[in-house]
Design a protein around this ligand. Structure first.
Ligand code: MTE
Length: 308
């Protein structure tokens, strides 16, 4: 599928060229503004947290235009261009998040209030989709474990479940039953507590645009992109493995774990290679999307052909 160059939605003057962005990152220190500022729609300008060691040196950042014009967000349509076309007015504020289940601080939180307790970090992560395309994205977000520690789950909490907003008036894709709405996802508690797991609030130091799942979405870099649930309104701490949207839709094709694995093919296509958006030649897909040294131990002893 072709990616539109030159977006209708973002004036080119607003896009930080990657070279400028990278150059600037050499000079910037810790992020001054709170995460709430990003989530509330305040561009961060030149402030950012110089952080990530999570990216291989050879990874070039995917241009902002591609990250914001080639999306999966079925709430706004099933074509890759639909979210950019239809999510323009979807800003994600005001926004509240319902926290429930086995957790001490169960409550409905106004998002800026909740986020004001945390310092966002910058993490450059690869997002690898099950359809075999990938991007390298400079995210701004809060490690999910910081939020979980703050919320104080009890020892009965074995999994964390997430739910996307259900609002067919704003989300035209939800007027058709393409998926079993609302979109739901989940992680085992140790996956949720892993330092790589992020609650993202920005990309390229800008608040998430409608198509990327504002005001807050998950990013789990060693898993296929469908685990990275967008526009989260509910976080539940549960005892049993929670249902997940793509597993509900096609259990033989999409499992709960969804770890990037070149050796376990999707029943209808190979997962051995991937194409970086913007590149012509596919490249081999690394195990766990290249984060194996940090996450493989979470799955030791598990048969990954069974727990796909
Ligand atoms: N979250 C919701 N609520 N709805 C979706 O359709 N698509 C998933 C994931 N999160 C999706 C979602 C899939 S399949 C992918 S690959 C990523 O979002 C894409 O994220 P991006 O569009 O920001 O690159």
């Amino acid at each position: 599928m072709l990616i539109r160059r030159g977006s209708d939605h973002i004036p080119s003057s607003e896009i930080t060229p990657e070279a400028v962005y990278l150059n600037r990152r050499k000079f910037i220190g810790r992020l001054g503004a709170g995460a709430a500022a990003i989530a509330a729609g305040v561009p961060l300008g030149s402030q950012a947290h110089a952080a990530s060691q999570s990216r291989g040196q050879s990874d070039e950042l995917t241009p902002y235009e591609a990250i914001t014009n080639y999306n999966n967000f079925y709430e706004f349509g099933t074509d890759k261009e639909d979210p950019a076309r239809h999510a323009g007015n979807f800003t994600g504020h005001p926004w509240s998040v319902d926290v429930n289940g086995h957790v001490s601080k169960a409550a409905t939180y106004d998002l800026p209030d909740l986020l004001s307790s945390f310092t966002p970090e910058e993490r450059v992560y690869r997002l690898r989709c099950v359809e075999a395309w990938s991007m390298v994205i400079p995210w701004q977000g809060i490690p999910l474990r910081d939020v979980i520690n703050y919320l104080e789950p009890t020892s009965s909490a074995k999994y964390v479940a997430f739910q996307t907003l259900h609002d067919p008036e704003q989300m035209r894709g939800q007027r058709a039953r393409v998926l079993d709405w609302p979109y739901v996802e989940g992680l085992r508690m140790d996956e949720a507590m892993h330092p790589l797991t992020l609650l993202a609030v920005g990309i390229y130091e800008r608040p998430l645009l409608g198509q990327n799942g504002p005001p807050i979405r998950l990013v789990v870099p060693w898993k296929y992109g469908f685990k990275s649930v967008k526009s989260i309104v509910r976080i539940s701490f549960v005892e049993e493995e929670p249902p997940t949207t793509w597993n509900i839709m096609a259990p033989q094709e999409y499992g709960f774990y969804a770890n990037v694995n070149p050796e376990v093919d999707h029943p209808r296509w190979s997962q051995a290679r991937e194409r970086r958006v913007g590149e012509l030649r596919p490249r081999p897909t690394p195990m766990f999307n290249g984060y194996g040294d940090q996450v493989a131990s979470l799955y030791s002893g598990m048969d990954l052909t069974r727990y796909y």
